[in-house]
Design a protein around this ligand. Structure first.
Ligand code: GAP
Length: 441
């Protein structure tokens, strides 16, 4: 979970992206009208669309384009014995220190002996602080009704291992994948949506014969690195970094992170862990249910080992935005442009009638209806066409379709591409196939 905090010169980029997110409605401070709540965010219209696209891009690569992974959608609140067995109750902790001078609290492993707020060295001894949020199920707040908000989605896959294996007639190697909210009572959330107490995880638990786990871990490291490149992050801004032994989570025999070069230095986007049979063994022991796989070919029984690529969707969104942000000049005018991959951009298409005049609206709306059956479209008829192109560039819309007065005569429209600003005149009948053909650049 550690983040290296090497200083870099590009904190201006961070500010520009955070400003853009607030100004254009990607991300809002949560419950802003009540003063917000520290480091908690609501995703606005553009953020909700972009997050959905990130989930879909992950789903496409991890489930749809494979024949060895199936999805599940497990409960957030579950039997607390799950967290006892998984080791999260005992060991999912960060070392907490208090500053006796200003009363701020810090993670001991993220500061160097002095309080970052007031500089005092008068700090308490580090003590383990459990990151799980506790709540009560039912009307009575007593020990027997304690439950926890899940700090990872992974356990939903482990406790359902048998159900999935049996109902889908799978055998290792195969995977179970899930996307969902996770909750951690982080001591020091921060850096915008990089570290928050509620976030979204996209996790795959890939079950393999024990001897094969090193090979599969290598495979998943390469696959996951390639996924970020496929969706638009330059490979120079990505790296794989194996964990030092003292960094490893309690369940891992070896983890490699996919890291992104954030404006403050390299930071984790995703961890690819070899969880061995730690979780299945723990649940087998605690539940008394055998979770062994029976290999009919060899007559062997074994607990599969697990390779787990675990990515944060909300953190990935921040990386995609930072990687895409650019400023250039078009016709002597400065523009901000998000060079997002078409499948990640909130809207894929903007339909823009050249003028607000009633004569153009019916045809423009007809084009809109045709395209929005396939792609997420925004319709905008306010202000000059130049201003509207800039607004779309700033939120990453890869294509603008402009309906002008000639369109009424020749049934053609102009498609403008965001990065090159090149314009192509096309028959309306061909617009959908033209745009669909350009989604996977
Ligand atoms: N099941 C394994 C697991 O949860 P993790 O490294 O703790 O592993 C996986 O988390 C990913 O989730 C991280 O690489 C990061 O992208 C994201 N993540 C973790 N904590 C987060 C937080 N507090 N806020 C936002 N994203 C977080």
């Amino acid at each position: 979970m550690a983040t290296s905090l090497e200083p870099t010169a590009d904190l201006g980029l961070f500010d520009a992206v955070v400003n853009l997110c607030k100004r254009r409605g990607f991300v809002f401070p949560s419950a802003e009208i009540y003063g917000g709540i520290r480091s908690t965010y609501d995703y606005g219209p553009l953020g909700a669309l972009m997050l959905r696209n990130i989930r879909e891009a992950w789903w496409r690569a991890m489930i749809q384009e494979r024949d060895d992974v199936v999805p599940i959608d497990a409960a957030i609140l579950t039997n607390p014995k799950v967290w006892e067995a998984s080791g999260h109750l005992a060991t999912f902790t960060d070392p907490l220190v208090d500053c006796r001078t200003c009363k701020e609290r810090w993670r001991a492993d993220q500061i160097e002996g002095t309080c970052p707020n007031c500089g005092s060295a008068d700090l308490t001894e580090g003590r383990p602080f459990n990151l799980m949020f506790k709540t009560f199920v039912g009307p009575v707040e007593e020990d027997s009704s304690i439950a926890y908000l899940r700090p990872e989605t992974a356990q939903g896959m482990f406790v359902n291992y048998l159900n999935v294996e049996t109902t889908t007639r799978r055998k290792p190697p195969f995977g179970i994948a899930q996307i969902g909210r996770a909750f951690r009572n982080e001591i020091t959330p921060g850096n915008f949506v990089f570290r928050t107490r509620e976030f979204e995880l996209m996790e795959l638990e890939f079950f393999v014969p024990p001897a094969d786990s090193p090979r599969w871990q290598q495979y998943w490291c390469e696959e996951r690195l390639a996924w970020y490149v496929r969706y638009g992050i330059a490979s120079e801004k990505l790296r794989l970094r194996p964990h030092d032994p003292e960094e490893l989570s309690h369940y891992s025999s070896g983890t490699t992170d996919v890291e992104f070069l954030f404006p403050w230095g390299w930071g984790e986007l995703e961890g690819i862990a070899n969880r061995t049979d730690f979780d299945l063994r723990a649940h087998q022991e605690h539940s008394g249910t055998s979770l062994e796989h029976f290999d009919q070919a060899t007559g062997e029984r074994y607990l599969p080992h697990v390779v787990e690529p675990a990515a944060g969707a909300t953190r990935a969104m921040m990386a995609f935005l930072l990687a895409a942000y650019d400023e250039d000049e078009i016709g002597g005018e400065r523009r901000v442009v998000l060079r997002l991959h078409p499948r990640i951009a909130p809207y894929q298409v903007a339909v823009l009638p050249l003028s607000k005049k009633d004569t153009l609206s019916p045809l423009a709306r007809e084009v809109l209806h045709r395209v929005q059956r396939h792609l997420m479209c925004e319709y905008d008829e306010t202000q000059s066409i130049g201003r509207r192109y800039r607004r779309q560039d700033e939120t990453g819309t890869p294509y603008c379709v402009t309906v002008d007065f000639e369109s009424l005569e020749d049934q053609q429209v102009t498609v403008r591409e965001r990065d090159s600003t090149e314009q192509t005149r096309l028959p309306i009948d061909e617009v959908v196939s033209y745009l669909l053909g350009r989604l996977d650049v």
